[in-house]
Design a protein around this ligand. Structure first.
Ligand SMILES: [Zn+2]
Length: 193
């Protein structure tokens, strides 16, 4: 697998999970509007669905990162997410406070639905690389990458001119909506832009 193929597979994977989660979150919101779900139930459904999809994202990213490094998934390298339920509960509480008033709630749910599994998968990839003994990774931009992400590549700081090698001990710099792919810097990438 080349770095380009890794990035392509990664984006495909997180986009699929993001699409599914967004649809599910918006469906739950529609049920709340129809009175089928209470506010408390909506909150619980939100926490459950996002948490579950993030877990899928981590498992898939662990597998993908392991395949890229040509070793087998270790199964024990998943990111620890003890605080995730509390974080999602906060997000759910914030959303619920907006249920009656926000007219762009679907847009927000769509953004959260795409962002959450992508972030989980990005952090997992870096964690998996580290678990497999890779010390550094580079940032590979997604097609519509913003100026911040372009700057974060820091190609001028890399002797090979591809991108700065970030230590796998630090988590991935990102912003909401970022779909860039961390790629292990374990081999020289001759063909990279
Ligand atoms: Zn990005």
């Amino acid at each position: 697998m080349t770095p380009d193929e890794l990035a392509e597979q990664f984006e495909l994977y997180v986009d699929q999970l993001g699409d599914k989660l967004s649809v599910a979150l918006i469906a739950a919101y529609e049920q709340w509007r129809a009175g089928t779900l209470t506010t408390a139930e909506f909150e619980q459904v939100f926490i459950q669905m996002v948490g579950t999809m993030n877990a899928y994202a981590r498992t898939g990213a662990d597998w993908l990162g392991s395949i890229y490094l040509a070793s087998t998934p270790k199964g024990t390298t998943l990111v620890t997410v003890a605080s995730e339920t509390a974080r999602l509960a906060d997000a759910a509480a914030t959303l619920v406070a907006l249920l009656d008033t926000a007219d762009d709630l679907k847009t927000q749910l769509d953004r959260i639905g795409h962002n959450e599994p992508t972030e989980a998968a990005q952090q997992q990839l870096v964690h998996t690389y580290r678990g497999h003994g890779a010390h550094g990774y580079r940032r590979r931009l997604n097609a519509g990458a913003c100026e911040l992400c372009t700057w974060l590549v820091k190609a001028h700081l890399d002797p090979e001119g591809i991108g700065y090698v970030y230590p796998t001990g630090k988590s991935f710099h990102r912003h909401t909506g970022c779909r860039c792919t961390p790629v292990p810097a374990t081999r020289i990438e001759r063909t990279a832009a």
